[in-house]
Design a protein around this ligand. Structure first.
Ligand code: TNX
Length: 516
């Protein structure tokens, strides 16, 4: 008995000795395969080792910062199994992990961060909590991506200074062609956040379904939300559901951009309210995949009462600055009626203090430097928008359309724009794509996932990953860091990370995946 106690004490002392005398293990920060590639990186050859007694420290009294620390603790636990404690402290610690804001470093902007790692301290600083959140994603990737580190949970020592090239880095999810649950949307948000995306655009309405509750026009959802492509039961978000999505996204520093597609792509709305129908035919619920056959009645005043009510209700539950009004493929709206409609829709968006985004066709209306033109199809439209002063959001269909097949063997997806293998999706730059549209004209990049052929979360993940990861890098990293040969090696190591997150990603043969 006595001997046992002594033995236990000896064991405890030995354990403590081994913790406190632990030799730093050399690692190389420059070999860490971060995506997006950081702006500046300087490796110092040693490492910080995480263990169960590592604390995460945040400055006292900053609720948002404490929440980000909790996010980090949660991610660390899911990657390593270690439960780190979060403590609020009045002053910066000298050991452990510290998260702080207010470094007032102009270069970093609102999303940039500085990460300094030595053997005792991991210090993450930024101007805003948002920047700390982006930096946390780099830390999580350091732990999760490199297979070898997983035995020791090492964070390689050195310094990273990092900030985005473009302010808007987004993905679009079409919940109209097929409806997706709030939980599915949350998973998309979680996965997008890992790669420092900051926008999720929800395509909430189309010919096949109206997916957002509008209290003043209730049949939009009870009738217009009742089906989807293929004839399934469809569905819609109540305003409470939508607010929950907005809240969840904002805690991950992702802005929700809601889209009401008008005046075309409105079959579901005009089935619910035939007085809004402008195509002169009786509308019925539609479960096919044709486009361009529907239009609102652009010459009737009731249409503008409708648009006003919808935008008013939507603006009130949207915390971000943007409302997307669609505007694409209005093939059965006369050109002059189209322009008249977009101009009035724009005034309504402004009335509710939001910035209008529309697909590139809206450049034909009175857009100006307060509007955003989303380039998807026509160079001429994007150029016209720029000429009128608008900023361009880049979603070139041949590069960023996540609903395109990878190759002819892809089991889902379309191919009207292109077959988009991983290299095709990555190997280009925003500022050289359209002649005459340079960095100063570009707000950022967005990758749309249209869901005509997409029915499940597995389908979403298959088409989105890994292509979205490359788009995230194109939007964040300096152009001289974009290199396909280098990227595909970094991406290879993300195979394991994605695998551990149970992401059903496309294992392109262009990449030598490292999956254990
Ligand atoms: C074109 S892109 C559309 C969508 C379709 C998509 C399918 C755009 C603005 N309109 O309505 O879903 O093609 O790839």
């Amino acid at each position: 008995m006595k001997k046992n106690v002594m033995a236990s004490i000896a064991a405890i002392v030995l354990m403590q000795l081994s913790v406190s005398c632990q030799k730093p293990i050399p690692t190389d920060l420059s070999k860490i395969n971060l995506i997006p590639a950081p702006v500046h990186l300087n490796a110092t050859g040693s490492s910080f080792q995480l263990n169960e007694s590592t604390n995460i420290y945040v400055t006292e009294g900053n609720e948002a910062l404490r929440r980000v620390a909790q996010v980090l603790a949660g991610e660390v636990e899911s990657v390593t199994g270690l439960k780190l404690h979060v403590s609020e402290v009045p002053e910066l610690p000298v050991k452990g992990i510290s998260l702080t804001v207010g470094s007032a470093n102009k270069e970093l902007g609102s999303e940039g961060y500085k990460l300094s790692v030595n053997e005792r301290l991991v210090a993450l600083t930024a101007n805003e909590v948002e920047g700390v959140f982006r930096g946390v994603q780099s830390l999580v990737q350091m732990l999760g991506v490199n297979g070898k580190m997983q035995e020791h949970w090492l964070i390689p020592s050195g310094d990273i200074t990092d900030y985005p090239q473009y302010a808007y880095r987004g993905m679009m999810l079409d919940v109209a062609r097929h409806f997706f649950s709030v939980d599915d949307v949350k998973r998309v948000i979680d996965l997008a956040a890992i790669y420092k995306l900051n926008v999720l655009h929800l395509h909430l309405t189309d010919d096949q379904g109206w997916r957002i509750e509008i209290k003043s026009w209730p049949k939009l959802t009870t009738i217009g939300g009742s089906t989807e492509v293929g004839g399934g039961e469809g569905g819609f978000y109540t305003q409470e559901d939508y607010k929950e999505i907005v809240r969840y996204a904002s805690q991950r520093y992702i802005t929700i951009v809601p889209e009401i597609d008008m005046p075309g792509h409105t079959n579901a709305a005009v089935v619910a309210y035939p007085e809004l129908n402008g195509n002169g035919m009786k509308a019925e619920l539609y479960t096919g995949t044709e486009v361009g056959f529907s239009t609102l009645a652009t010459q009737k005043e009731v249409t503008y009462q409708f648009v006003d009510d919808v935008i008013r209700e939507l603006a009130a539950i949207t915390d971000g600055p943007y409302i997307h009004i669609g505007g694409d493929e209005s093939h059965v709206t006369k050109e002059k009626d189209y322009v008249y409609f977009i101009n009035r829709a724009k005034d309504i968006v402004k009335k509710y203090n939001k910035t209008m985004i529309g697909w590139d066709e809206i450049a034909h209306a009175n857009v100006d430097d307060t509007d955003i033109v989303q380039y998807w199809a026509k160079d001429a439209n994007a150029k016209l928008g720029v000429k009128k002063g608008a900023k361009v959001l880049m979603s070139p269909s041949k590069r960023t359309y996540l609903d395109m097949k990878y190759d002819s063997t892809s089991h889902i997806g379309l191919d009207w724009a292109a077959l988009i293998e991983v290299e095709q999706s990555y190997n280009w730059t925003l500022e050289t794509l359209v002649d005459g549209i340079g960095k100063e004209n570009i707000l950022g990049i967005e990758s749309p996932l249209w869901t005509e052929t997409v029915e499940t979360m597995d389908d979403i993940e298959y088409l989105v990953f890994p292509r979205l990861i490359g788009h995230a890098e194109i939007g964040w990293s300096p152009v001289n860091h974009l290199n396909w040969e280098n990227y595909k090696q970094r991406l290879a190591e993300h195979g394991n990370f994605l695998h551990n997150l149970e992401v059903n990603f496309y294992q392109s043969s262009q990449v030598t995946w490292e999956i254990e």
